[in-house]
Design a binder for this molecule. Sequence first.
Ligand code: SAH
Length: 220
Amino acid sequence: MSTPDLVGSGMTSPRTRLRLVERLREQGIQNEAVLAAIAEVPRHIFVDEALSSRAYEDTALPIGLGQTLSQPYIVARMTEIIVDSGPVDRVLEVGTGSGYQAAILSRVCGTVVSIERIGALLDKARERLRLLNARNVVTRRADGHGGLAARGPFNAIVVTAAPRTVPEALVEQLAPGGRLLLPLGGEAQQLTLVTRDADGETTTSQVESANFVPLLPGVN
Ligand code: SAH
């Protein structure tokens, strides 16, 4: 990877990024820390150079190997939900992908642990997170169905690929009061919030419809 232009110019400039922030505000994102993170993190370095002029459109973009970087709205929304619902000292992301969501989380959370099953994507994501000096992000190649118990328990777990059912291991790795936010389903998905109380009891609520790639088994 050639060293990317972190500041950006023209279609990748900080001004273009601020226009995206204004659009997210209009769509209902209110958390100022989350909006500031979107304004600060250069999304264009998380996609191939050929796509960088589209990085600040509110659209999902391909990141290779059949995977996609979610649209900024859903990244902002998921981050806002976990930040607004309780502590975020220790957060697990399942599905590092490009590393963009991890970079946003790193601005508003204590420690971010992010796991990805595809080694080639993880290598690129690590390089980008290093360039951005995101030192509070730890990445591992692992199957997200199992979470990463050795690094838990987590105040929040954000899953950015869709399983059909809630992976039990993830619920078990929630700290008391922990929140698990994940898209559930196949063709039609629902972004779902599972909250674990101090007794280990869980409460589930549906947030909105979603459209993620599937959570696949094993590592690659
Ligand atoms: N959060 C990412 C978007 C990820 S797309 C970003 O900001 O760019 C979903 C990612 O989940 C893909 O990279 C895919 O390889 C990964 N994934 C799918 N199944 C997985 C699993 N079982 N464990 C870990 N990662 C998985």
